[in-house]
Design a protein around this ligand. Structure first.
Ligand SMILES: C[S@@+](CC[C@H](N)C(=O)[O-])C[C@H]1O[C@@H](n2cnc3c(N)ncnc32)[C@H](O)[C@@H]1O
Length: 350
């Protein structure tokens, strides 16, 4: 973290993994950009402008079997090994992503990328203090909810996705019995869910609020959250700032490669974002699990649409919903939000 584009969506991958953020000039959209502009953009993005290969902190790692990956025809970017750097996809591939709706495939792969990531959770726990009753909104596979429950909180998670909730509930089965009793997951829309209790605190993690595209629905959702909090209860909302979407202007693929089972399997996650409108970004993520020889074990594609929201706009919406905003953070170390922060955590009081 701490880089100009330290967005949790892009930079939050577990550390032991070969991390290869995008920027390789393979996508057709990216290629059409003249080289001087491309270099300037790459510099703004904090990446090596002319680099033809991804960097890796583990140069000695075996090269991903790029030929096999390339023959599957849709993995954008380049090989994650510092000693290889060869292309994995054809030029046209990233320019015309297929249309796959929703979170279905995302659920199958979500925890491989985000499951072990706890930077945000540790920060939330510090901000929220002693254990009480927590509402984890847009809770997904229960990453935040389960960590808080382990730390002694009583947690209710709400999400609209059956597939994500199924995974969250299945993780509960391996949970210590006492902690298990403290967690419940509910299917619901943020705008309309109702629970018969009030909570000491609530979180909306990992840039989830902007998945609600309509302003009036976001305000309605935040009013609903407000209704579920005790007086002076705190809400923490994490959003990516408009700055973090710079790569979407060029359609540059953001590639993460995850080494699983001591290298017996690899998970390749390739995200291409593009502006549909100045304030809406479409993200297409391709997921691939391969074995050591490059044989595909599983693949999928998921697609999201996200509203690009200035932090000040979310603050206005929170106020409209009845919250008073107390603090804005630009890192998980508690630094103040700055103009170049890649994400914001907004702390609001009910
Ligand atoms: C990026 S995931 C975040 C998961 C989780 N908060 C985390 O930090 O790991 C976004 C989640 O929001 C859920 N979601 C999207 N729109 C929603 C809505 N209107 N109401 C409830 N959940 C929603 C999706 O199903 C998905 O699980």
């Amino acid at each position: 973290m701490g880089e100009p584009f330290a967005s949790p969506r892009r930079e939050g991958a577990p550390r032991e993994i070969l991390r290869a953020p995008g920027g390789r000039s393979l996508g057709a959209g990216w290629r059409r950009v003249p080289s001087d502009q491309r270099r300037a953009a790459a510099e703004r993005l904090g990446r090596k402008a002319t680099c033809g290969r991804f960097t890796s902190s583990e140069a000695a790692e075996p090269c991903l079997p790029h030929r096999s990956l390339g023959s599957l025809g849709w993995v954008g970017g380049g090989c994650a090994s510092a000693t290889c750097g060869r292309a994995l996809a054809s030029d046209n591939d990233m320019a015309r992503p297929p249309r796959f709706p929703g979170y279905g495939a995302e659920a199958d792969f979500y925890d491989l990328c985000w499951g072990p990531w706890t930077d945000d959770i540790e920060f939330f726990r510090k901000r929220l203090g002693r254990p009480g009753r927590l509402l984890d909104l847009m809770c997904g596979t229960g990453r935040v909810a389960l960590a808080f429950a382990r730390a002694g909180w009583t947690v209710d998670g709400v999400d609209r996705s059956v597939a994500m909730l199924r995974i969250a509930r299945s993780k509960l089965k391996t949970f210590p019995v006492r902690a298990r009793r403290r967690v419940r997951f509910h299917r619901g829309e943020l705008t309309g869910f109702r629970l018969p209790f009030v909570f000491d605190a609530a979180v909306i993690a990992l840039n989830s609020l902007p998945l609600i595209l309509s302003r009036s629905e976001r305000v309605q959702a935040l009013r609903n959250v407000h209704r579920h909090l005790v007086r002076s209860g705190r809400l923490l909302v994490q959003i990516d700032t408009p700055r973090s979407y710079e790569s979407a202007r060029f359609g540059a693929p953001i590639l993460n490669v995850f080494r699983l089972d001591q290298g017996r399997r690899w998970y390749v996650r390739s995200l291409v974002e593009r502006f549909l409108r100045p304030d809406i970004v479409k993200g297409v993520t391709r997921h691939l699990i391969v074995d050591r020889s490059g044989r595909c074990l599983k693949q999928g594609t998921s697609e999201t649409r996200t509203r690009v929201l200035p932090t000040a706009e979310v603050v206005r919406e929170l106020r409209e919903a009845g919250f008073s905003t107390t603090r804005l953070f630009g890192s998980y170390h508690g630094d103040r939000l700055k103009s170049d922060s890649g994400f914001a955590v907004i702390e609001a009081v009910a």
